[in-house]
Write a protein that binds this ligand. Structure first.
Ligand code: 26W
Length: 867
């Protein structure tokens, strides 16, 4: 890769003005000298914001790229390196985003429209380069530009670290939503935390997960723009004091606090080829100036540095748990930091335009809470309105309860956030007072509705009584929100029937469902270009912004030539995936085999264990010679375990141990492979989903709120083997039962089975299962580490196994047999694959966002002026 330095194009001059393009972009005092040299021709003074649009052609990109590389980054021929070339390309593209960003802001502000703020502790954005090129429609021009300079795009794209600011589904959903909001031209801003360290990088050593820090910002992040002019202060600790004014009004001061600065970093969120660029504003914690002045001057230099560090700790690292809350103080600090900084930012903007008149605030603003994590926003908005803007309780509550909307993403009790009242009070004394007041007022409403029902009041209280009193964040969110939604039809029903039953009885109108979706731009157009081209050749390219168009593919499923092309694309994608598996796992996948994939966080409820039991069963069949009519399979499992989740880590070890035995046994050659893919992340999924034949969605029914990986696989033409859980139910409805491999107990049956669950009897009665457990228990996969899989074996045998792994084994194995049969008929399989893609339209996050907008947000769609 070499930049063509000899390339002397004359396109630097801009024909209309006679000015060099780069000159027209100069601002401030430099402008004067330009104006002076052109003094003969009187001109309106150039304004900062009045620039001609940047060219979108290859030559313009080459010019900008070279200027960034040589002038901004100070590199030349002898020092050219991929990181600097990557940065030069990003800065060139970012300039083009910035133009549209400004136009978008202007259009929203001129329309003076309602806005929604998506508050989330996680935004799992992945890489931005490909997405930016696609959405700017500058992909071909960029490719040409780089070719002209002799640079390989892929090598640059590989320089980008994934922005891994999330754990899994909930964080990636937030990222897909931002893409859809920008594409639909909705005035939605994301607010999150700029973690210095994102999701840990997973290494596998001796079959075990090792966590390594993800210092994704080490080489800088050219996508973000720091905005110190909008820095705000966030309070912690201290105490409250009550004052009475002359007129008798009391007000509260939160004093003696330890403040932390919140510094915003803005990331552009481009819509799909529509001129809109929305904003993701990420907050970084920094020490306030007093830290520097008072403490440093007091001579306690080292202590001052230490406390400065403590302030900056708040945004140092993403908590890597995706299902269990451990009540850590730093996590609550992060949550309040996000809520307070974001709300202050929004109120500052409001006051700038409306002064202290909040009468229309609720009409013009909506806060979508991504799970309970940002729920401090409820008491914080109350505090800001009352203590900072002089509003009374009732007015403040009217605004808060009309602007908050809450999305629940899990029913698992261990994932429901609770904070000890004593810790909450120490860290956020003013907020705790407000929460208690909200609780008292709301419980009196409950008492009015159900007089004398003390038990119900106890059940519904935001404060859980007991040895250690706790704040129940989910209840706080429900009480304060005008909308409460689950993320798939079944999940929303279960919320109403179980977790929020009492609340549903009191306020049925609050509850609704919003089935999740994923963005077809990243998950089909960008990650699967060959399939996208085949689809567009057949049905046109409107599907990219109207995914229901994919239905038109159904007609093509009957054409042999189309099926042949479809199969060829899948084969090419499988080859790409096989290459990745070879490189990252050292395991050879034969692209003629069935590619069977389960990638997601490792959790017992997701039942990677059930998957492994099936693989052991296949191995057992091979070993006993039951291989007539065999369908060769390559099984891929990937995902991260929470560092403190011992069982999940043991399951990773088991996958690796079983893989080692199977892949090392000559008997399995050409029949079976198993690999564990280390460091599963967004950019890996972009390769995995296009190359998958079979998508494993095998959670215990009633436990997976929705799932979104299931949707990415479906869109890319994979068949699903799954339980009636989360969005699987809707996937099966759309695809048709004949195009879905169903197995397992229903959510109802799961609950009924718990009372009489006897796994030992189930295993004993099933010859195949007995043999599988025999292999596991004999130490066949852990010859040199005796006993390490005992906790797993015990969990399968336990009548209290919450995930009922044994209950679904037979049904799962039978469904896998049907898969094997179906895969043998490649033509029929391809037809099913096409039908899956064709019926995946519902699972576009555009549909989800339009649902949110129609039923919850009520925002106008606003197109910025072009150019
Ligand atoms: C407090 C620790 C913690 C952190 C994150 C608990 C729970 C979470 C999330 C709720 C976990 C999560 O990502 N849930 C997933 O959300 C997806 C998007 O709605 C759903 O598709 C998945 O089913 C759900 O598991």
């Amino acid at each position: 890769m070499r930049i063509a330095w000899s390339d002397t194009r004359s396109s630097l001059a801009c024909p209309d003005s006679g000015l060099g393009r780069s000159q027209t972009r100069l601002t401030g005092y430099v402008q004067e000298s330009i104006i002076n040299t052109r003094a003969k021709k009187p001109q309106a003074p150039a304004t900062i914001g009045n620039l001609p649009p940047l060219g979108m052609d290859a030559d313009s990109i080459v010019d900008d790229f070279r200027r960034y590389f040589s002038h901004t980054l100070g590199r030349d021929e002898s020092t050219d390196t991929n990181p600097q070339m990557y940065t030069s390309l990003v800065l060139s593209l970012r300039d083009r985003l910035v133009e549209r960003w400004r136009n978008t802001r202007l259009a929203y502000s001129e329309a003076d429209c309602k806005r929604t703020y998506y508050l989330s502790l996680e935004f799992l954005m992945g890489r931005a380069l490909g997405n930016a090129m696609l959405n700017l429609d500058i992909d071909p021009a960029t490719a040409t530009a780089l070719r002209q300079m002799g640079i390989e795009l892929e090598a640059l794209a590989d320089q980008e670290h994934d922005a891994g600011l999330g754990n899994g589904g909930l964080g990636r959903l937030a990222a897909c939503f931002l893409d859809s909001c920008a594409t639909l031209q909705l005035p939605v801003t994301g607010y999150g935390i700029r973690y210095e360290y994102g999701m840990f990088r997973q290494k596998i050593e001796n079959g075990c997960q090792l966590e390594e820090p993800d210092h994704w910002l080490r080489d800088g992040n050219p996508w973000e723009i720091e905005r110190p002019e909008f820095a705000t202060r966030v309070k912690f600790g201290g105490h409250t004091e009550y004052f009475t004014e002359q007129h008798g009004r009391t007000f509260v001061r939160w004093m003696n606090t330890r403040d932390v600065m919140a510094m915003p970093h803005d990331v552009p969120v481009p819509g799909y080829q529509n001129g809109t660029v929305n904003t993701l504003r990420l907050w970084r914690a920094a020490a306030t100036e007093e830290f520097d002045l008072s403490e440093f001057n007091a001579g306690s230099y080292t202590e001052a540095v230490a406390s400065k560090n403590a302030a900056e700790h708040i945004t140092m690292v993403l908590y890597p748990n995706d299902s269990s809350e451990n009540g850590k103080e730093l996590r609550l600090r992060q949550q309040y930091f996000l809520a307070s900084a974001s709300l202050q930012d929004i109120l500052r903007e409001w006051v700038k335009h409306q002064g202290n008149d909040f009468s229309r605030f609720a009409e013009k603003n909506c806060f979508q809470l991504n799970d309970t994590h940002p729920t401090c926003a409820v008491p914080e908005l109350m505090r800001l309105l009352m203590d900072e803007h002089g509003m009374g309780w009732d007015d403040a509550w009217a605004i808060t309860s009309k602007t908050m909307a809450y999305t629940n993403h899990t029913l698992l009790p261990e994932a429901l956030e609770k904070w000890s009242v004593s810790m909450f009070g120490r860290l956020l004394p003013r907020l705790l007072e407000i929460i208690c007041e909200i609780n008292a007022r709301y419980l009196s409403e409950v008492a009015l509705r159900y007089p004398g029902d003390i038990e119900r009041q106890r059940r519904m209280s935001i404060i859980e009584e007991g040895h250690e009193k706790q704040v129940r964040m989910a209840y706080l969110a429900v009480v304060a929100s005008f909308s409460v939604n689950g993320v798939a039809a079944l999940h929303s029903e279960l919320l109403q029937e179980h977790l929020f039953r009492d609340f549903y009885e009191l306020w049925p109108h609050k509850f609704n469902n919003k089935t999740n979706g994923v963005t077809p731009r990243r998950w089909l157009a960008w990650s699967n270009p060959e399939l996208s081209k085949l689809i567009s050749d057949a049905i046109g390219d409107d599907w990219c912004t109207d995914l229901s168009q994919l239905q038109k593919l159904k007609a093509h499923a009957d054409k042999a030539t189309f099926r042949k092309k479809w199969r060829a694309v899948k084969q090419a994608n499988k080859a790409r995936l096989a290459e990745m598996v070879q490189q990252d796992c050292g395991v050879t996948f034969d692209t003629n085999a069935l590619f069977d994939v389960q990638v997601k966080r490792i959790h017992e409820y997701k039942r990677q264990l059930l998957n492994v039991l099936h693989v052991i069963h296949l191995y057992d069949r091979i070993k006993r010679g039951d291989t007539a009519n065999w369908t060769p399979r390559c099984v891929l499992i990937g995902g991260k375990a929470a560092p403190g989740y011992m069982m999940a880590k043991r399951i990773i070890k088991l996958v690796n141990a079983v893989a080692k035995v199977i892949n090392g046994d000559p008997a399995t050659e050409g029949l079976l492979r198993l690999a564990f893919l280390p460091d599963y992340r967004v950019s890996a999924m972009e390769v995995i989903s296009p190359g998958t034949d079979l998508s494993e969605q095998i959670s215990t029914a009633g436990k997976e709120a929705s799932g979104t990986g299931n949707m990415k696989f479906m869109m890319n033409g994979a068949m699903t083997i799954g339980t009636l859980d989360g969005a699987n139910i809707e996937i099966r409805e759309e695809a048709g039962a004949e195009n879905f491999f169903l197995f397992g107990l229903t959510a109802q049956e799961v609950e009924a089975t718990r009372h009489h669950y006897d796994p030992a009897a189930i295993i004993h009665a099933d010859e195949d299962f007995k043999r599988v457990m025999g292999l596991l228990c004999s130490g066949n996969f852990n010859l040199f580490e005796p006993g390490i899989f005992d906790p797993i074996i015990n969990s399968i045998y336990s009548p209290n196994d919450p995930w009922l792994t044994a209950a679904d084994f037979r049904s799962f194995v039978d469904a896998q047999r049907r898969v094997d049969q179906a895969y043998k008929d490649q033509d029929a399989w391809t037809r099913m694959s096409i039908i899956n893609t064709a019926t995946s339209g519902k699972f576009s996050s555009d549909r989800t966002i339009l649902d949110y907008n129609r039923e919850v947000w009520h925002l106008p769609q606003i197109a910025p002026k072009q150019g």
